[in-house]
Design a protein around this ligand. Structure first.
Ligand code: NAD
Length: 259
C-alpha cells in the first residue's frame, strides 16, 4: 500500500535507536524526508547514514536533548514546519513510588509530558494552516495498565495522553491527527536495561526475567522496532486521516482487557 506521504517532512525525536529509529526507518521507506533527533551526535549520524543509504531520502541529523528548551529550539530551527511529528524521549527511571522525590516527579513530567506538549504547540498551527498534520506520541502500555515499578512513567504519560485528547478533536477537521503508540515489551536498549534492573533487584539472572516476561505475552516474543515503525508510518498516512485521539497498544496481546 502506498501511504501517500512521499515528499512530506517528519521531525522524529529519539531516533538514533529503538522505537524512534523504527519510526524514522519506516517513514523514510515511504519517501518521507527526515529530521532525526537524539542526544548523541555520533550514533545519530550513523543511524541517519543507514537510513539515507537504504531509502535515498534526505535525512538531517540534529543532536539535541528534546527535553530542554534549547534542544527543542535547535530541532525547530532545523525543521520549523514538519508535516509529521513523532515525539519520543527516554522513559523515567524505575523505582519505588515512596522513594521518588518531588524533583523526580518534576523531571518525569518535564521529559515525558511537557517536552512533547511544547513540540506540539510549536508545530500544530502550521499543520492546521497547511491542512495536513500527523502527530504520533510514543508513550507506553502503562497508559492502559500502570506498571508496578514505573510510577513516574505511569503518571507523566497519562498526563500527556489526557492533555492531547481534547486537542486532537479540536484539530481533526483540519486533517491534523494526534495519536499515541503504546509499546508493550519491545526488544530495545531501554528494555534490556529495565530487564537488568529487575534481575538485580530480584537476585536472579536477566535471562530468568526474560523468560518470566515472555510467559506474559501471548505472542510468545518481544516486539521489534520494525513492526513498531510500520504502525507509526500507517498512522502518518493519508489513509489514516480518520483515525485520531487513539491510543494504540502494541503488546503481542499482553493486555487482558477488551477495550
Ligand atoms: P531506547 O533507549 O532504546 O532509545 C531511545 C532513543 O531516544 C535513543 O535514540 C536516544 O538517544 C533518544 N533519546 C532519549 N532521550 C532523549 C532526549 N531527551 N532527547 C533526544 N533524544 C533522546 O528506548 P526505546 O525502547 O526505543 O523507548 C522509547 C520510548 O518508549 C521511551 O520513552 C520508553 O520508555 C518507551 N517505552 C519503551 C518500551 C519498550 O519495550 N522498549 C515499552 C514501553 C515504553
Amino acid at each position: 500500500m502506498d501511504l501517500g506521504i512521499r515528499g512530506k517532512t517528519a521531525l522524529v525525536c529519539g531516533a538514533s535507536r529503538g522505537l524512534g529509529y523504527g519510526c524514522a526507518e519506516a517513514l523514510a521507506a515511504e519517501g518521507v524526508q527526515l529530521v532525526m533527533l537524539a542526544r548523541s551526535a555520533e550514533s545519530l549520524e550513523a543511524a541517519a547514514e543507514r537510513i539515507r543509504g537504504a531509502s535515498g531520502v534526505s535525512v538531517r541529523a540534529v543532536a539535541c536533548d528534546v527535553t530542554t528548551a534549547q534542544g527543542r529550539a535547535a530541532a525547530l530551527a532545523a525543521c520549523a514546519a514538519p508535516d509529521i511529528l513523532v515525539t519520543n524521549a527516554a522513559g523515567p527511571p524505575p523505582g519505588d513510588f515512596r522513594q521518588f522525590s518531588h524533583e523526580d516527579w518534576q523531571q518525569a513530567v518535564e521529559n515525558n509530558m511537557l517536552a512533547p506538549i511544547a513540540l506540539i504547540r510549536a508545530v500544530i498551527d502550521g499543520m492546521i494552516a497547511r491542512g495536513f498534520g500527523r502527530i504520533v506520541n510514543i508513550t507506553s502500555s502503562a497508559v492502559k495498565a500502570p506498571i508496578g515499578n514505573l510510577s513516574l512513567s505511569n503518571g507523566a504519560r497519562a498526563g500527556l495522553t489526557g492533555a492531547v485528547s481534547a486537542l486532537a478533536r479540536q484539530v481533526a477537521a483540519n486533517n491534523v491527527t494526534i495519536n499515541s503508540l503504546l509499546p508493550g515489551l519491545f526488544e530495545t536498549d531501554r528494555m534490556k536495561a529495565l530487564v537488568q534492573t529487575r534481575a538485580t533487584a530480584a537476585g536472579v539472572s536477566a535471562d530468568e526475567i526474560r523468560q518470566r516476561q515472555l510467559q506474559t505475552i501471548p505472542a510468545g516474543r518481544y516486539g521489534n522496532s520494525r513492526e513498531f515503525g510500520a504502525a507509526c508510518a500507517y498512522l502518518c498516512s493519508e489513509q489514516a486521516s480518520y483515525i485520531t485521539a487513539q491510543n494504540w497498544l502494541l503488546d503481542g496481546g499482553a493486555y487482558g482487557g477488551v477495550l
